[in-house]
Design a protein around this ligand. Structure first.
Ligand code: DOR
Ligand code: ZN
Length: 356
């Protein structure tokens, strides 16, 4: 950290948005939503529930449940997504657009990650739906990993780009595409060089950790997410993209809560919970890179601009005040272990900080 950086002790930002978030449902939703609503004005809510949110009707009902679970006086808008399957119809896309509540359509390659079984096996089968999305101006949100078991798990994003994304973007040049939670230098290069309708979200964990964090003194299930953490060279490339000021790269936490029992298990679930301290984690990453002045563009402007939504007006303040992350949070009948559990954070959100 430089002397100049040390001098910065508070940071005022336009209220940010989270462009990639898992909220779950029921009492789990009620447990995690206050964290996000305290930090973000809006969030793009992922549809991978069981069963997945495949219709506009289901998305609207889920939206109602989220609104009902909001704490009193919260100022938060959920932006809904549809889960793309090979059965999704162009008319469903039109309904989604007309609802005014659905802002994107999420494509999970079948089997790529948590609750992706209903996802897409063969991309060409959804071409008519992608045409409808172009017509309706609905962006495609991509989990960009191949599921081919012969491909090394650390190469799945790079291979997805080569095999599927390059041809997809060439075939649908007017389709807005967000490559979610990018983790590799190849993804950074692809997005940077692609046409302006292609953007990417970046999580806090992929800015702060490389794959050594999975094996720090033992196996660390709470550092396991998909796409999995990568080598340091990739972390650096992703960090450089985030702090570059290029508006194609913006904030999406991919905060993905699982019960502690599901993570610390024989076959642990993928997903890192970061909503309790999301902005503070990003602030730390940007501070480490000497780029706090770029945080507002990344967190508060670029995503809204990409989606064609108004920028938020309200302001928030981050301060350089140390605090300790709780060991656990309640999670319905279970417990949730957050990122940095029991550890020190260097930045804190001044108002509404759930753990302050
Ligand atoms: O780590 C992940 N967890 N990656 C995903 O793509 C899904 C998410 C989840 O829903 O748990
Ligand atoms: Zn996700």
């Amino acid at each position: 950290m430089t002397a100049q950086n040390d001098a910065v002790s508070t940071l005022s930002l336009t209220r940010p948005d989270d462009w990639h978030l898992h909220l779950r449902d029921g009492d789990r939703l009620a447990a995690v939503l206050p964290h996000t609503a305290a930090q973000f004005a809006r969030a793009m809510v992922m549809p991978n529930l069981t069963p997945p949110i495949v219709t506009t009707k289901a998305a609207l009902a889920y939206r109602d449940r989220i609104l009902a679970a909001l704490p009193a006086h919260a100022d938060f808008q959920p932006l809904m997504t549809l889960y793309l399957t090979e059965e999704t119809t162009p008319s469903e896309i039109r309904r989604a657009r007309e609802s005014g509540a659905v802002y994107g359509v999420k494509l999970y390659p079948a089997g790529a990650t948590t609750h992706s079984e209903a996802g897409v096996k063969e991309l060409s089968r959804v071409y008519p739906v992608l045409e409808a999305m172009v017509e309706q101006g609905l962006p495609l949100l991509l989990h960009g990993e191949v599921t081919d078991p012969t491909v090394d798990v650390f190469d799945r994003e790079r291979v997805f780009i080569e095999r599927h994304l390059v041809p997809l973007v060439a075939r649908f040049p007017s389709l807005k595409v967000v490559l979610e939670h990018i983790t590799t230098r190849e993804a950074v290069a692809f997005v940077r060089e692609a046409h302006p309708f292609v953007a990417a979200t970046i999580t806090p964990q992929h800015l702060l950790f490389d794959r050594n964090a999975l094996f720090q003194g033992g196996l660390r299930p709470h550092h396991y997410c998909l796409p999995v953490l990568k080598r340091e060279v990739h972390r650096r490339a992703v960090l450089e993209a985030a702090v570059s000021g290029n508006p194609k790269f913006f904030l999406g936490t991919d905060s993905a809560p699982h019960p502690r029992s599901g993570k610390e298990s024989r076959c642990g679930c993928a997903g890192i919970y970061s909503a309790h301290a999301a902005l503070e984690l990003y602030a730390e990453a940007f501070d480490n890179a000497n780029a706090l002045d770029r945080l507002e563009g990344f967190a508060s402007y670029a995503g809204a601009d990409f989606y064609g939504l108004p920028r938020n007006q309200a302001k928030i303040t981050l301060e350089r005040v140390a605090w300790q992350v709780p060991e656990e949070f309640p999670f319905g009948a279970e417990r949730l272990l957050p990122l940095r559990a029991g550890e020190r954070m260097l930045w804190r959100l001044r108002a509404n900080s759930p753990s302050a």
